[in-house]
Ligand binder design. Structure first.
Ligand SMILES: Cc1cc2nc3c(=O)[nH]c(=O)nc-3n(C[C@H](O)[C@H](O)[C@H](O)COP(=O)(O)OP(=O)(O)OC[C@H]3O[C@@H](n4cnc5c(N)ncnc54)[C@H](O)[C@@H]3O)c2cc1C
Length: 387
């Protein structure tokens, strides 16, 4: 067992850390507060090839291993978690197209997605169905060589920049079980009848837009059916979400690390009762707890990433990593805020942003409640095990 990153992974991490320190940290607070879209950061991420993280090399991507992917999301989230969100669903969908797309679909989309010339997201959630994806109401009726798409999606990150946007639909709404009638369509952003109707106001996760979408008689060519066969959509999406959970878990580790770093630094500077507050045992206990849980979360994420790299199913491991790391991020953000006293509540200090960003990781890519049921199902069925 090796707990160290490889030389190549360390070099990748150091490159990203430098990029975050030079190009994200100096602007994060101001741009996040103003709601400004980080175009310059996106341009820099394109130069680094980060939009191709999950794209095979033959299509111009980086084909990064999952540990490197986790390192990327962790480092970027230390600077600004919202920026990692711009890469998150993009990377998930690139992985899904590379894994399940037809040769024509891969050729048509992956090179431009890998370079970041075009970007993508994923449209699963609807006003009436989030965790219960088999309960979605968006339909795609086959008419000749096309599908006619009708429905509504909500909470869709990157929606104004996604082209194509993979959309989970029911191609056979009467199918039982429901997943047998579900498919993914790669929808062209310019398709008539497809409209981004509003940006949702959010507690945190500023940077990327998160939107509500309407599909009104949208005509999509049959060639846009992911993989070319109906009825595989839910499986395709669930497989992609396993990799998505590793990126969300890694984002949580990044947020927790930043909370810890901020708390440690502040505790070493602030004085009360004639001494640094880092000398008070109450503060020391918080620092120790943060460090232990943060490191445990990181190891769990790298373990899940290693499992995913081995080509085996990783729903148990990625679920455990995502649940634990997101809850550690919440705890660390709250503890860091307490260490900062009143200043932790100020918008002039980073910890308040961490406190607003951390809860998203509990919700995204499967809520922690749902993932606990996934973990338990895997363990009780004997399909997964630990120890
Ligand atoms: C900022 C943000 C960005 C997002 N980006 C995207 C995106 O890009 N694409 C996308 O498709 N979606 C996106 N989402 C949506 C997100 O994936 C959903 O919010 C999430 O899956 C939960 O769905 P829901 O909100 O409908 O909650 P619900 O499914 O209604 O759940 C409500 C509560 O009930 C609990 N619950 C539900 N069912 C069960 C069960 N069987 N057992 C135990 N507890 C249960 C849940 O854990 C939760 O606590 C985003 C959400 C946010 C907040």
């Amino acid at each position: 067992m090796d707990f160290e990153l490889s030389a190549e992974q360390r070099l990748f991490r150091d490159t990203l850390r430098k990029f975050v320190d030079e190009q994200i940290r100096p602007v994060a607070r101001e741009w996040e507060a103003s709601g400004r879209y980080p175009d310059e950061i996106v341009a820099a991420m394109r130069k680094l090839g980060l939009f191709g993280l999950t794209v095979p090399e033959e299509y111009g991507g980086m084909a990064a291993d999952m540990v490197s992917l986790a390192v990327a999301f962790e480092e970027i989230s230390r600077g600004w978690m919202g920026v990692a969100g711009i890469l998150g669903s993009h990377s998930l969908s690139c992985w899904m197209i590379a894994r399940f797309g037809t040769a024509e679909q891969k050729q048509a989309h992956l090179p431009a997605l890998a370079s970041g010339e075009r970007r993508t997201g994923i449209a699963l959630t609807e006003p009436g169905a989030g965790s219960d994806l088999q309960g979605i109401a968006t339909t795609a009726r086959r008419r000749g060589d096309a599908y006619i798409l009708n429905g509504r999606k909500t909470w869709i990150t990157n929606a104004r920049h996604a082209d194509p946007l993979p959309v989970l639909v029911k191609t056979d709404p009467a199918a039982r079980p429901a997943h047998a009638g579900m498919s993914v369509l790669l929808v062209d952003a310019a398709a008539p009848g497809f409209q981004v109707v509003r940006d949702l106001p959010k507690l945190g996760y500023h940077g990327p837009e998160t939107c509500e979408l309407v599909f009104d008689e949208v005509q999509v060519p049959a060639s846009a059916l992911l993989g070319g066969a109906e009825g595989n959509g839910l499986q395709q999406v669930l497989a992609a979400l396993e990799t998505g959970r590793i990126n969300v878990a890694a984002r949580a580790v990044g947020v927790a690390q930043e909370a810890y770093d901020q708390a440690l630094r502040y505790a070493g500077e602030r004085e009360a009762f004639g001494q640094r507050i880092s000398r008070f045992q109450a503060v020391q206990l918080k620092i120790a707890d943060m460090a232990m849980k943060l490191q445990a979360a990181r190891l769990l994420v790298y373990w899940a990433a290693t499992r995913a790299d081995s080509g085996q199913r990783s729903d148990l491991e990625s679920g455990m990593a995502k649940v634990y790391a997101s809850e550690v991020a919440m705890e660390c953000a709250a503890a860091a805020m307490q260490v900062h006293g009143g200043y932790g509540y100020s918008r002039e200090f980073t910890v308040e942003r961490l406190y607003r960003d951390a809860p998203l990781m509990v919700i995204g890519e499967g809520t922690n409640d749902i993932l606990r049921t996934v973990i338990a199902r895997s363990l009780t069925s004997g399909r997964g095990s630990i120890g």
